[in-house]
Design a protein around this ligand. Structure first.
Ligand code: HPA
Length: 270
């Protein structure tokens, strides 16, 4: 496993040829940040040794390397979801590769269902913490001691310094920025009304099908993590309506400029 991570990191480093300041994982419908990057290299996942092979039609992801706000960033346009059938090791492999390339800061975005009654569709929400509700843990199995400890601490997973900066950026730009706890679930079904209510009772403000595995693996390796979410549908009793993936993507795309602004300014300040 470690050899594969190292080999893939070397492969990408030799293509980008520069030190990378930050890794970025873009959620579905949230690829617009890419248009802000002065792209220097585009690497389709299919050309990267040991990168998971895409299982979903037309879902061909790629790594984008270039300058964002003066910093060198490596962005994943398209992530690997557990519901697609990837193992947790595959879902989190790119994050391990990023760290092995010397990247110490990870920005993660996603679309989510809003559980907090104060949230509305289109809200941008800072992720303050998470609840891991996936049926499999990404760190299950033999620990890779070279990457991190057997029993990683998770008490400060979403960097407070970056969160405070994000709040200041939002304030300065007149963007209303909410804060909340994200519960990560396997999907691919959206929740029943009873499940939305259960997750609210468990202490979550948002629910989604990604992010938690990548953040766990990033924190195992002591990376600094920033997470941001766009509420694309409501899981609040009385407000739940039928939704589709397309509607989720559309709602994400509408709110994306606000999220992109925050991410860009955060990267600028690295
Ligand atoms: N539930 C789970 N995942 C999601 C949702 C949701 O309501 N919206 C976007 N991703």
């Amino acid at each position: 496993m470690l050899e594969k991570i190292k080999a893939t990191a070397t492969f990408i480093s030799e293509i980008v040829k520069k030190p990378v300041d930050a890794g970025i994982i873009l959620g579905s419908g949230l690829g617009g940040l890419v248009s802000e990057i002065e792209i220097e290299r585009t690497i389709p996942y299919s050309e990267i040794p040991d990168f998971p092979v895409s299982t979903v039609d037309g879902h061909s992801g790629k790594l984008i390397f270039g300058k964002l706000a003066g910093k060198n960033v490596l962005a994943m346009q398209g992530r690997f979801h557990y519901y697609e059938g990837y193992s947790m090791k595959e879902v989190t492999f790119p994050v391990r590769v990023m760290k092995m390339m010397g990247i110490n800061t990870l920005f993660v975005s996603n679309a989510s269902g809003g559980l907090n009654p104060d949230f509305k569709v289109g809200d941008v929400v800072l992720i303050t913490d998470h609840i891991n509700f996936f049926p499999e843990h990404p760190l299950r199995g033999k620990n890779l001691n070279e990457l991190g400890p057997r029993f990683p601490d998770m008490s400060k997973s979403y960097d407070e310094h970056l969160r405070n900066k994000a709040k200041a950026i939002a304030l300065k730009n007149g963007i209303s920025l909410k804060e909340g706890v994200y519960v990560g679930v396997s999907g691919p079904t959206f929740e029943t009304p009873a499940e939305y209510l259960m997750f609210r009772h468990l202490g979550a403000d948002l629910v989604g099908m990604s992010t938690v595995p990548e953040v766990i693996v990033a924190r195992h390796m002591n990376m600094t993590v920033f997470g941001i979410s766009i509420v694309t549908d409501s899981g609040v009793p009385g407000q739940i309506v039928e939704i589709s993936h397309e509607e989720v993507q559309e709602a994400a795309m509408k709110a994306e400029p606000n999220m992109t602004m925050i991410l860009k300014e955060l990267v600028a300040g690295l």
